[in-house]
Design a binder for this molecule. Structure first.
Ligand code: PEP
Ligand code: MG
Length: 915
């Protein structure tokens, strides 16, 4: 199954596809690794399928088995009760593993120890739980010490198990263990865990068991199979942990998939100086550069590397310390990248010099890296261009279009950390994830600063502009999550002294608090005090190349919604093929123009109104000239004024207060009110008389212009004069005049008459006969979609305003949608997605389809487009491509997203037709 989630995270397992065997329909709930392959991802989870596939192609992995996602789903449905036979099946597979390894789980001599690791269908890094060293106990630790001749390793493994099991299965707060570990290191005067002696570790294990007992009121179970049963159950339960739920919501991963559980023989990275554990990528996930990229820690286990507890060493250093394992790893990396035809993210362990791979998955990457990797893989002949396009998540391109630090700045950094996720972030310091989530939701720009981030911080990372940590490397959780979300991140900035309780950050002699703003440069790793200037992003070579491929594939045109010359220039740079919506009223809102607009609205005589309009005309004309210039040779759809006029007037409450203040001043004799009170009262009475209970359903759009045709006349003149002026400079303006909020064909017929008469008058006055212009309408009301056949008689084109069409079809106020019941509806699953962000296919989508069909029946050459927010939303673009509109129009920065989404819509469609 490929879903939206896969494409969003860019983690689809694609490329040279491994044999895709559908899950056997034999009802089994557990599979040995030797029975799996990459095609069984939905049953075995990404990790289970990936490890099985590695085993299949001869990459060294530990032995084990996988409890399926189906088992987890059945347990969830049973309210935590396992499906019949599951435990027997697990035990049978454990028996077989014991036979194959010649070891017994938890035995006093040569014990088998296992890892119990979660692994969902879509990778959810760090969101669910893992337990290592299961099977270890007082007696088996002794056996392990004897067998390995390394009691330090045995006791280190035991204390880790108590910690993980206590935390994951018994719910003991992790901090309680960390506090004891820190206290012991302080007492011994050592910095690293690895500096503790065997006796220290024995003592620590006993302390951890005490901590667990005090927290839970009982001893941890010692029967190893019982431990295994409970560990599997805890991993099932971790699917529904709050952080996993947040992650799924952020990544559109369905809640009902469940996680698989992988039970594998332990291999140990903590067996001293010839053992290690690490994470590597076959290419650089931040930049996409083809280089071996990764980190490792000697004498360490499991999450040590990603948790950022010790700052790890860079992968190339492994060659010097463990050359043989390094060579094997390099060849496995190459092999896996070729096998999957994509950049891979790999976890490995070296036990006593022997390499094992524990996990392989498609590497999460920044948008810049996604483009570079795709381009390079095509150049290397590993994939074709279409496959490259399928690999890039359109929504992710947004990242590339965020501002970066102005390269000309002269600020001195406070400190440097690792450049873990690129881009610039400016925000006030926040010291915990909850506050970041709260303030971010309130629209404040914050930078989350943490000693290290854990998966529990995910909601804070999501709401922050960027993340800064004192500990952890490029593969630390903070870095991985930030890259996935496109958030700038500076990790492992070792100079930071963070006091989260006091909410202070000390760097050298500088103390910052939560009142201070910082700027992070995730591209270089620098941290600056204050808010530094940002500059618009640059279009790179990779970007142009890959989007060029998208242009070759897509059918849909892509225009931009642009109201200014600057927006139009930007949009064209980003590949817009015209302007699909120029909202002219935005030109009225500028502070220097508003007084004139108000005079126009409040005029009591036709002459004074005309005077104000005459003043506005050249101003509008100048704006249109800039846009026509930027878009020379490409169509520009200018929309006549749309919003209700009172939007340009002061708020009624504010005006009432002003009148009251002035009246009070007059009464108190402070102010004679001359010249002020009367106009204020007049304005108040005018505002009151114009007020409507539902202005969005009131006098706006074509209704307004039909009541005040002089406004439409002025706008038409400004548009045509601008086009003439631009043409006189040798450019090629392509004029489209668009009438908003039409519900009746008769409205458009009349409005068209006004527009055409005015435009022709202007052209005749200029003596120009060959400047073509087109007049069309927006389709924003259900009635317009349904009567599109009649409306098309007066329209050269339709542009579906799906913002209003959604509002009027569903009957939800678009302005209140975010804060309204919709949030609860989304949370409860009553509606599948926010209809203002992603087109409601069954309702609004059907109206668009109807409008297109009926319009084309009347006028086969009718051009159709969509200029609501949906025009930049990949899922909506897929639908609109199928409906058959000619183009979408979206904000300039969404243009690349739309270009790629339109290409992918074609590719998906072709794949559907082939299937
Ligand atoms: C729309 O309604 O979709 C539209 C583009 O117009 P506006 O958002 O300006 O109402
Ligand atoms: Mg509208």
């Amino acid at each position: 199954m490929t879903t939206h989630a896969d494409s969003r995270t860019g983690s689809a397992t694609t490329g040279a596809p491994p044999p895709a065997s559908a899950p056997p329909a034999d009802g089994r709930l557990v599979y040995d690794l030797s029975e799996g392959n990459a095609g069984m991802r939905s049953l075995l989870g990404g990790k289970g399928a990936g490890v099985a596939e590695m085993r299949r192609i001869g990459v060294p992995v530990p032995d084990g088995f996988t409890v399926t996602t189906a088992a987890c789903v059945a347990a969830m449905r049973g309210g935590g009760t396992w499906p019949d036979g599951l435990w027997d099946e697990i035990q049978a597979h454990l028996d077989a593993l014991e036979r194959r390894t010649g070891r017994v789980l938890g035995a006093a001599e040569r014990p088998l120890l296992v890892s119990v690791r979660s692994g969902a269908v879509f990778s959810m890094p760090g969101m669910m739980d893992t337990i290592l060293n299961l099977g270890i106990s007082e007696q088996s630790a002794a056996g392990l010490a004897a067998e390995s001749g390394d009691p330090r390793f045995a006791w280190d493994s035991y204390r880790r198990f108590v910690q993980m099991y206590g935390e994951v299965v018994e719910g003991v707060p992790g901090q309680a263990f960390e506090d004891e570990l820190t206290a012991l290191k302080d007492r011994r005067g050592v910095r690293q865990d690895t500096d503790l002696t065997v006796d220290d570790l024995r003592e620590l294990t006993a302390t951890f068991r005490r901590v667990a007992r005090e927290s839970t009121g009982h001893d941890l179970p010692t029967e190893p199979r019982e431990q295994l049963r409970r560990a599997v159950d805890a991993v099932f339960a971790s699917w529904d942990s709050p952080r996993a739920q947040v992650y799924r919501r952020l990544n559109d991963i369905p809640d009902d998939l469940g996680t698989a559980v992988n039970v594998m023989q332990m291999v140990f990275g903590n067996k001293g100086g010839t053992s290690a554990t690490g994470v590597c990528f076959t290419r650089n996930p931040a930049t996409g550069t083809k280089e071996r990229y990764g980190e490792f820690l000697l004498d360490a286990q499991g999450e040590d590397v990603v948790a950022g507890i010790r700052t790890p060493r860079r992968l190339p250093e492994l060659e010097t310390v463990l050359p043989e394992a390094y060579a094997r790893l390099m060849s496995a990396m190459d092999r896996l990248e070729r096998h999957y035809g994509d950049m891979q993210d790999i976890e490995f362990t070296v036990e006593d010099g022997t390499l094992y791979l524990l996990q392989v998955r498609t590497g999460k990457r920044t948008a810049a890296a996604a483009l570079k990797v795709a381009r390079d893989l095509v150049a290397e002949g590993l994939i074709d261009k279409e496959e490259a396009l399928r690999r890039i998540d359109p929504a992710q391109l947004d990242q590339l279009l965020h501002p970066a630090l102005d390269p000309d700045h002269t600020a001195t950094p406070l400190t440097h950390g690792l450049n873990a996720s690129p881009g610039a972030a400016v925000g006030r310091l926040v010291f915990d994830a909850d506050t970041a989530a709260e303030q971010g939701a309130a629209g404040q720009a914050v930078v989350l600063v943490r000693w290290e981030t854990t998966p529990d911080d995910i909601h804070g990372v999501a709401a922050a502009q960027g993340v800064l940590t004192a500990h952890g490397g490029m593969t630390s959780h903070a870095a991985v999550v930030a890259r996935g979300m496109g958030k700038p991140c500076v990790a492992g900035a070792g100079d930071l002294r963070i006091d989260a309780d006091a909410r202070t950050l000390t760097i050298g002699g500088t103390v910052l608090t939560d009142a201070d703003t910082v700027t992070l440069d995730g591209t270089t790793g620098a941290v600056y005090p204050g808010a530094l200037p940002l500059v618009p992003p640059r279009v790179t070579d990779d970007f142009s190349t890959v989007l060029g491929w998208a242009d070759d594939v897509r059918r849909l045109g892509v225009r931009a919604n642009a109201d200014t010359g600057a927006d139009a220039v930007r949009a064209r740079e980003l590949g817009a093929e015209g302007v699909g919506l120029c909202r002219t009223e935005h030109m009225f809102m500028a502070t220097d123009r508003l007084p004139v607009v108000r005079r126009m609205i409040l005029a009591d005589t036709a002459a004074s109104r005309q005077a104000a309009l005459d003043e506005l005309l050249p101003v509008q004309q100048a704006d249109f000239e800039e846009i026509f210039t930027a878009m020379t040779g490409l169509p520009v759809a200018v929309r006549l004024i749309d919003p209700p006029l009172h939007e340009f007037l002061p708020d009624v409450v504010e005006q009432s207060l002003l009148v009251q203040r002035l009246e009070a001043g007059v009464e108190a004799g402070v102010d004679d009110g001359a010249g002020e009170l009367e106009p204020a009262r007049a304005l108040l009475s005018r505002i009151t008389s114009m007020a409507e209970a539902n202005p969005m359903l009131g006098t706006r759009g074509v209704r307004l212009t039909l009541l005040h045709p002089e406004i439409g006349v002025m706008q038409t003149r400004a548009i045509v004069r601008a086009a003439l002026a631009v043409r006189a400079r040798g450019l090629d303006p392509r004029v489209e005049i668009m009438v908003p909020l039409v519900g009746y064909a008769e409205e458009l017929r009349r409005m068209r008459e006004i527009v055409v008469a005015t435009a022709d008058e202007e052209l005749a006055a200029a003596g120009v006969t060959d400047l073509a212009y087109r007049v069309g309408t927006m389709i924003e009301l259900p009635r317009a979609a349904l009567t599109a056949g009649e409306i098309a008689e007066h329209a050269d084109f339709f542009s579906f305003g799906t913002n209003d069409l959604t509002q009027t079809t569903i009957g939800v106020s678009r302005d209140d949608a975010e804060g309204s019941f919709l949030a609860a509806y989304l949370e409860e699953g009553i509606v599948p997605a926010d209809p203002f962000a992603s087109l409601d296919a069954d309702g609004v989508g059907e109206l668009v389809r109807t409008g297109v069909e009926r319009g084309l029946r009347t006028r086969p050459d009718l051009e159709t487009g969509v200029c609501g927010e949906h025009g930049g939303d990949p899922a909506s673009i897929t639908l609109l491509d199928r409906i058959g509109v000619d183009y979408v129009s979206c904000s300039p920065y969404r243009v690349p997203v739309a270009r790629l989404a339109a290409a992918r819509a074609r590719l998906d469609d072709a794949a559907r037709d082939d299937a």
